[in-house]
Design a protein around this ligand. Structure first.
Ligand code: 5GP
Ligand code: MG
Length: 174
């Protein structure tokens, strides 16, 4: 069994400040065509990010990438759907995910986008757990560096719960 930490690890206010900073940094450093966001975990981060970027020419599209079963450990097998419907050839893409853990999801997706003819790909994650990395992968834009803890809220789930919370919490085993 798991329970939520007594206090948020990152409050909604802190998240908003940092997302605004990242949006500004991306606007300043990367001119791109399409935002490709991974459902379901990155949905809240992505909507806040685009609001702060406020660029009418950015297109947005969503794919589903699932590696977790119902536990707190990745199953290691990545299921990707929706990527074939997107016109990727010749495009500059901002790939957005909620959290970088082993790195398998982002490195696999980046590889798939290159294969599909993307000309420039940069990656943006809200959180990075550097200690958990098993493949050599670094995101271009990172919101928060975090410890090796399982986090929920602000889009992230545990067995589909907690996603709609505005703050980020850690889950502790009871
Ligand atoms: P990776 O492929 O880098 O191992 O894992 C990335 C995916 O695993 C993320 O997109 C996210 O869906 C899930 N994940 C990794 N760490 C956490 C965590 O602490 N909490 C939640 N809810 N999901 C996580
Ligand atoms: Mg994910």
């Amino acid at each position: 069994m798991y329970k939520m930490s007594a206090k948020p690890m990152i409050t909604a206010a802190k998240i908003q400040d940092r997302v605004q900073e990242i949006a500004t940094e991306i606007n300043r450093t990367f001119d791109f065509d399409i935002i490709l966001s991974t459902l379901t975990g990155a949905f809240m981060f992505t909507t806040d990010l685009v609001r702060f970027m406020a660029n009418a020419k950015h297109r947005i599209t969503f794919i589903k990438a699932t590696s977790y079963g119902s536990g707190t450990e990745s199953s290691g097998v990545l299921k990707v759907s929706g990527i074939d419907d997107i016109d990727i050839k010749g495009k500059r893409i901002l790939l957005v995910d909620d959290i970088l853990d082993t790195g398998k999801t982002m490195s696999t997706l980046t590889h798939m986008l290159k294969e599909a003819g993307a000309v420039d790909i940069r990656t943006c994650v809200l959180m990075n757990k550097e200690a958990r990395r098993t493949v050599d992968f670094h995101a271009d834009y990172v919101g928060f560096e975090i410890e090796n803890q399982f986090v929920v809220g602000y889009g992230l789930d545990y067995d589909q719960d907690y996603r709609t919370l505005p703050d980020i919490w850690t889950l502790e085993e009871t």
